[in-house]
Write a protein that binds this ligand. Structure first.
Ligand SMILES: Nc1ncnc2c1ncn2[C@@H]1O[C@H](COP(=O)(O)OP(=O)(O)OP(=O)(O)O)[C@@H](O)[C@H]1O
Ligand SMILES: C[C@@](O)(CCOP(=O)(O)OP(=O)(O)O)CC(=O)O
Length: 410
């Protein structure tokens, strides 16, 4: 008897032009286009196994070993139903020899190798991995662009995780969402020197979810309307060009301005929404001073901070400058030795990184721009880089056991 099963992993993406606001909350159609960098799934990823079987009684999903309810009409149910529809229409109806597995219920097990719902974009990698694994299970001829329209209905930002590299989500104009799709601006190989340092300020579940926060902004913020009409269209074009020309200075300026404006529209919401805290703002001060010094030396901007709907910072920097940026952050936010994940081996045997440094800042750096914090203010640093899109994994890497329940429950 055949086993119909597939496993895929998908990356996280962190936007540099932020998506914030929906014009259609059911189809998840945004009020502005957005653009992100896909991060390397060697470090942060969601892995999902899907299986279809005639014996299954209902669609079920386990996230990190715990069953997550698939609410009728909810986002998970919509994505699964859309994938079954694609299987039926593009495979089974066209070829009667194909098994009618779109009629079977599915069991899905997923695992995030980083904190879920902590502002580290788990919904993005999660829905991208879900859609990618179902696409393999159903042997769909669908392109990443078609799949992006389905992942979008799980979580808007998830549509961008269907591609590697630098990815735009074009807002589209059609009421049915047919042109609200992700598109690759440049592949990972175009600018592999683009690295990212994630400063984990908090890995707790956040107070105001992106979904409810952005709707409140749409309903109450006049500044958001200005952003949508007059700011984002031009920024989308300028940052795409900066990426194509590998112009880090322009990339950094736009990235930081857009993060600032996103948090300004959050503050302009009624009641106001605050996602950043004192630690977030101190990291901004460090990056600003670091760039000031670099511009003074005639070298342009060398680091760019960005914050999503939470206090964690993501700092983009070119590979050649990452060591300096890490050292700077660690000088103000000392780390426990085990909490700096030097996954790319930047510091060898940690020879040149002083995890408790008091004053390891570049010459000329104004140390008064921020106070020095205690161990634990930044709970960990994750160094990663631009990465590729979803990957199909082997059956050995599957998360479901023979009986169709997660291996972790077996
Ligand atoms: N691997 C996964 N498979 C399916 N769904 C997932 C997966 N990971 C996360 N999700 C869904 O995404 C939700 C978390 O999304 P939420 O937007 O609250 O947090 P986040 O994605 O970490 O933060 P943000 O999107 O603001 O950066 C989870 O509660 C779950 O419903
Ligand atoms: C600040 C953001 O990270 C907001 C992400 O919002 P979500 O994609 O999580 O929202 P829903 O579509 O309601 O699921 C910016 C971005 O990723 O572009």
């Amino acid at each position: 008897m055949s086993i119909y099963q597939a496993t895929a992993s998908a990356p996280v993406n962190i936007a540099v032009i932020k998506y914030w606001g929906k014009r259609d909350t059911k189809l998840i159609l945004p009020t502005n286009s957005s653009l992100s960098v896909t991060l390397d799934q060697d470090h942060l990823r969601s892995t999902t196994t899907s299986r279809a079987d005639a014996s299954f009684e209902r669609d079920q999903l386990w996230l990190n070993g715990k069953e997550d309810e698939i609410k009728p009409g909810g986002r998970l149910a919509t994505c699964i139903a859309e994938m079954k529809r694609l299987r039926k229409e593009t495979v089974e109806d066209k070829n009667p020899e194909e098994p009618k597995i779109s009629d079977y219920k599915v069991h899905i097990a997923s695992y995030n190798n980083f904190p879920t719902a902590a502002g580290l974009a788990s919904s993005a990698s999660g829905f991208a991995a879900l859609v990618a694994s179902l696409a393999h299970l159903y042997s769909l001829p669908a392109s990443p662009s078609v799949l992006s329209a389905i992942a979008r209905q799980g979580s808007g930002s998830a549509c961008r995780s269907l591609f590697g590299g630098f990815v735009a989500w074009d807002m589209g104009t059609q009421p049915n969402g047919s042109d609200s799709l992700a598109r690759q601006v440049a592949p990972q190989s175009h600018w592999p020197e683009m690295h990212a340092l994630i400063c984990v300020v908090s890995d707790a579940k956040k107070g105001t979810s992106s979904t409810s926060g952005m709707q409140r902004t749409v309903e109450t913020s006049a500044l958001l309307q200005h952003r949508i009409a007059h700011v984002v269209p031009e920024r989308m074009e300028s940052i795409s060009n900066a990426i194509l020309q590998k112009d880090f200075d322009t990339f950094a300026r736009i990235t930081m301005k857009d993060s600032n404006q996103f948090h300004a529209v959050a503050l302009d919401t009624e009641p106001p929404i605050f996602y950043m805290n004192d630690v977030s703002r101190a990291i901004i001060a460090l990056v600003v001073e670091y760039n000031r010094l670099s511009v003074e030396k005639g070298q342009g901007y060398k680091a760019a901070y960005t914050y999503d709907a939470g206090p964690n910072a993501v700092i983009y920097a070119l590979e050649e400058n990452v060591k300096e940026v890490v050292q700077l952050v660690v000088s103000y936010f000392p780390q426990k030795p085990e909490e700096f994940k030097d996954v790319l081996g930047l510091f060898g045997e940690r020879g040149s990184l002083d995890l408790n440094a008091q004053a390891k800042v570049p010459v000329g750096f104004n140390e008064a721009v921020a106070q020095r914090f205690e161990i634990g203010a930044v709970k960990g640093l994750i160094h990663t880089r631009v990465g590729d899109g979803p990957r199909r994994l082997s059956d050995e890497e599957g998360l479901l056991a023979a009986h169709g329940l997660p291996k972790t429950l077996a």
